[in-house]
Ligand binder design. Sequence first.
Ligand code: URA
Length: 250
Amino acid sequence: MQRLDKYLSEAGVASRRELKAIIRAGRVQVNGRTAKAGEEKVDETSDEIRLDGAVVGRRRGVLLMLHKPAGYVTSTDDPRDKTVMELLPPAYRALELKPVGRLDKDTEGLLLFTDDGEMLHRLISPRRHVWKLYYACHAGTASEADAEAFKSGMTLENGEKCLPAQLAPLGPGESLVALREGKYHQVRRMLAARGMPVTYLKRVGFGGLTLGNLPRGQAQEVTEAQVLGPPCDIAQARSHWVLGASIGDV
Ligand code: URA
């Protein structure tokens, strides 16, 4: 048994001083009952402790979807830049979450995290070919010839061969792109190779998951079944987009 505030501060949720206010605000539950004071004793092996509804502690199998803003690097630690780890809600900081794949510093959108190494491997394994969907703003206007080039498997400027991908022009200077691999700067390099350098990039879908209306900088738990469900169809996504339906606002 140990004090509730000690347990929460060691879990990395907040300092002992900050926890006083957090507990007083009724944001912490122990086994479903709202905690009243940090001095309460909890059994870390059997009690379920929640902050803002999310379980705090060591769990495996968590999958979290973050709407990554631009300006954060996908890394667990970086000497210069802000990292995506800083955006995780307090209740998840004690879990050893790792990003599932990466988004560039300037790219926004759907980024997954898990504390389960096997799940991470399943989600990024090239053999699984999980489709990822991107919205891109770029120079020029994509044509049918560009879509054909994506479909037939492009070769990048350094000779790297890409798997067949999909490109759906949305209008002048904007397109949807679907890839089932994740080479370095791949969307940017593919569009640049067709003479359409990217000015804005956002991932809006990962397998069966879409970003929906999740606000920038916010995270929510999702399930692996949602990701491995039927992939987001680019033609359908395009008509949703053209109709103004939200698969991720820009
Ligand atoms: N392709 C890119 O160019 N950047 C990303 O962040 C993801 C895919």
